[in-house]
Design a protein around this ligand. Sequence first.
Ligand SMILES: Cc1ncc(C[n+]2csc(CCOP(=O)(O)OP(=O)(O)O)c2C)c(N)n1
Ligand code: SF4
Ligand code: SF4
Ligand code: SF4
Length: 1191
Amino acid sequence: MTCRDFRLKPPGLKETSSMAHQITCDGNEAVARIAHFLSDSIILFPITPSTPMGELSDVFNVQGKKNIFEQPVAIHQMQSEAGVSGAVHGALFGGALTTTFTTSQGLLLMIPNMYKIAGECLPGVIHCATRALGTHSQTIYPDHQDAMAIRNTGWCMLASSSVQEAMDLALVSHLTAMDCSLPFFHFFDGFRTSHEIMKIKEIPQEDVAKMVDHDAIERFRASCASPAHPEVRGAITGYETYFQSSEAINPLYNAVPASCQKMMDKVASYTGRQYHTMDYHGAPDAERVIVVMGSAAGAAAEAVDFLTARGEKVGVVNVRLFRPFDVEKIRDVIPATCKRVAVLDRTKETGAAGEPLFLDVCSAFASVPERGIQVIGGRYGLGGKEFSPTTAAGVFDNLALETPKTRFTVGINDDVTHLSIPTPERIDAVPEGTVQCMFWGLGADGTVGANKTAIKIIGNNTDLSAQGYFVYDAKKSGGLTVSHLRFGPQEIKSSYLIDNADYIACHNPAFLNIYKHKLVEPIKEGGSFVVNGRFSNVDEFGAAIDARTKRILARRHAKVYAIDAEHIAREVGLGSRINMVMQTVFFGLANVIPMEHAISLLKKEIEKTYGRKGKDIVEMNWKAVDASMAAIKPLPIPEEWANVEVERQEIDWSRPDFVRNFMDRVNTQTANELPVSAMPYAGRYPVSTTQYEKRAISTRIPEWNMEACSQCNTCAMVCPHAVIRPYLVDDKAYENRPFDSALPKAKGKKFKGLRFMIQPSPLDCTGCGVCAETCPDDALRMVDIAPVRDANVEKYEWAHALPLREELMDKFSVKGSQFQQPLLEFSGACPGCAETPVVRLVTQLYGKRMTISNASGCSVVWSATAGPSPYTTDGEGHGPTYANSLFEDGAEFGAGHVFAYTQRREKLMLEADKVLACKCDIPADLRSALEAWRASAEDGEQTAKTAPALIAALADESRYAKATCLESLKYLKMDQDMLVKPSVWIMGGDGWAEDIGFAGIDHIVASGVDCNMLVFDNGVYANTGGQKSKATPLGAVQNFARNGQEHARKDLAAMMMTYGDVYVASVSLSDPKHLLNCIKEAEAFHGPSLLVYNSPCINWGIKGGMTQMVNQSKLMVDSGMWNLWSYDPRRGENMQDKVVISSEPDFEKVPLVLESQVRFQSLSEARKAELHPKLIQDLKTKWANLNNLRK
Ligand SMILES: Cc1ncc(C[n+]2csc(CCOP(=O)(O)OP(=O)(O)O)c2C)c(N)n1
Ligand code: SF4
Ligand code: SF4
Ligand code: SF4
């Protein structure tokens, strides 16, 4: 049925308000609207890509929207998904219609209570934007591994395959749950559906209210627990009755398919959109049929339309109700003519005979051999791998073979186990008249926002269907965004990326060089390509692109245009914001709607969006619109480009294999085609790779004034990206320097004969400006990079090749620490992030023997995306070894490292003792090395000094081959990696430490595990977009605390101190000396150590931006928003000795903090008046409690 069909009134359609409502929204919003209508309580925990459903529910409340019972929905954020499912269970027990949203690992945490909820027949609802599970690595992209992992909990499962369906079937889920008195799990593909923007028909609240069976709700409430009719639930049963009870609920499940269909019919009677629990689409006499669930159904349906138009007898079944599985229905919907069925599962069940949907379909047909159907099964789309009509056509091709591959994968090239089937020639199955547009933008440059506006403008003002989908890379900033927009007169089912574009825009000229022909590869014959860049003619453009790009443009007769968007934006006063210019160009050239009309709609939209910000801003944007059209420059492509010779690609062999064959492919958007054999084993990736990225994302760089510099190394200490470093230059190197300017003598006796140099790496600098802002001597100034870039690259390469002189100064001094090699460099964090400098500092002190357990959060994203690794090694190949397990288990996972290392090292000590006790003759150097090591074995820093001699002495076995204690010596040699005591660091954000992972930290502290815990306390879940945590300060506005955090923040450090035998410190970059001392004390403590580090973040909305990161840290401490102190049980008997406080608050300065951070400023004046005094009171209480300890 097409969109236009929806507007016709099908027979029996009720006259309702839903006929008129069209909205442009994504799948998450479509679902959240329904959930908000139908829930008493929504209990949640954020997790990508389901988070927006919860956040929107909260926004609806703030907007004053009510549920159908005319009440605001009670929204509760819990400490984890395990907490959520317990609370959902309890709320259902108490008679509240309860909903939650989750995905992936979050869903897994809910499983124990899901069994309980189903067993007790409670009608809760989970909406899940599906996401792959963390296995060999983690991804936020979709498949059905999470959904399939709960298929045996007893929850009914309903799948949606588009944004419209997500809204409609969300409603069906709630209605059927109530009708059947069973819980419903409604799922749809994460990102593909949850974040796809579509023009859909809304179901208004009044219609929803009419569809609800209010008697069923009354029955539910009456059946819920109440002291008015007491009973026992959750009783312990013996072997006598458990089994029978399990079978007693069968009738409820038997009734579900009919009930679900009844609700689908009911929804259809209001909306005109008719669904079935399983729907067939295709030739009535199909011989080959695909069975699929979720968004792939759209692509498969397009393939079916394309192939049936060519006379092929094919069809597709879209399974919507997956549990309970309706055996009769699947037999019914597949045409009697069908001979072969391919069941596609978007999951992998390692070791199973087949994937779940496949097995269900097999069993459905196993008992009807007379149908003569052969069922085969394949996996597709894991972790978001594309599934397009072409992929579906490959499956139909396989079905047509004389002997089809019966167990297969599709969409990849498996050159290892050879399971994959080939992908045929691309088919273009998009409906006639659909305009397809792609936009390549730089993360945070406004491209995605502008495209979302464009879809709304077109969707809301025309009859056209509209779809938008956005692909992001994993960088925190400066990454790539590719927007895929479709507009057309027919319904858009195309659930896949554009591969045949009418219009492609490149918003950043640097992409021409990075992504090369990939940018234009999808352009269709006669399509348009627009590039933002200063090209005055086609020759200049030609000089900036490679031969393949030229060929594609010429052979496809592309219309090419250039526009200097930066120039226009600057001229009209928009600075570097080019999005309005590029949006205008799109409206002007893409021809989706007549240009005049488009421009007037755009101008109206500008007024609507910026009206509140003042007339100036509106006019600036209007001017940008007017100036843009006039500035578009056509670049006619010379015909001879069609045959231009493709130059042989120069391979830079100095780049390691992994970098060339994997990381570069990821970074240039060409990793999708990598075969199975190119994958690293078991998700293990090499370190030291970000040094090869050279992202060159900054337009500014610090310039060093050597005369003013006091050589304090503070700039290196605060640089979040380890970009600016001090170098020591000896005379010989100095004479051969590749630049003219002199260098000053290095200050200090230890540096006699050396010169000093501060040098940033220009291609790694993010331009955050923290170094220049923090330099105490004004010796750094941010300058335009262009004129100085090449000279700086040369200087950097020279300086970076100089020998390190780490030993010249005590590494535990601020200055000395920065002569140590940072073993964390060039991470993907936001420019100015405060998390990275503290980790870099720890690596400078302990990196060579450090192991890291990193709980999920920003710190994982900036350090561990597959490919670019900012952790690096010293000259001997030693450095931090890194792992992320999950969000919830950072402490336990790290404790596991300690358990393993302790056991292994105790064995080494045992064997060492045997050797030392043995009277046989072993070389003297070996004996003395062993004695030295054994004496130092428990001291990490000392073992780093004693182990190398022992390793060297053990190397040649022939030297001690005759020793009686040979086996012990061999053992020592075999496990020599453990001779140096590993320094175990457990890291993560406050969301981990204070919410989901708190129990783990508590347990590790209580158990005395010898490890170092570092908490980045930014008071927010930064990684998932800024939800509140227990560390959120009172009065701060975050998601789920939109009206200001009501309660006092948790003081994790103070709480843990109460154990007594733990090292605890509250630290910040405001006082590097204190920070450094506390790190040293923590590491040396034999037992648990906890450092809670105040970490300014972009989510604070700091006035002046993250350039102010260190200044803001200082202000936090000066005002008493953060206190610097440490508690060390080694310091004596009394509390006064154990606690050392290193800051003194001036509460008068609190208003300065509040004024300088948007999170406090965005409160209404009335709430400020209410909450800010409470905040100050809380700070005073916390300070008084702390101060009392030293009295
Ligand atoms: C079980 C589970 N639930 C939710 C998530 C989603 N998630 C990943 S990181 C994160 C928040 C991290 O916040 P925090 O620990 O404060 O670190 P930050 O990002 O602020 O550095 C969330 C909610 C997840 N990965 N796993
Ligand atoms: S501008 Fe930022 S990234 Fe660049 S050197 Fe300075 S602190 Fe480091
Ligand atoms: S912070 Fe300033 S004074 Fe200190 S080393 Fe860097 S440039 Fe020199
Ligand atoms: S912690 Fe904040 S500043 Fe750092 S990377 Fe995350 S969002 Fe960016």
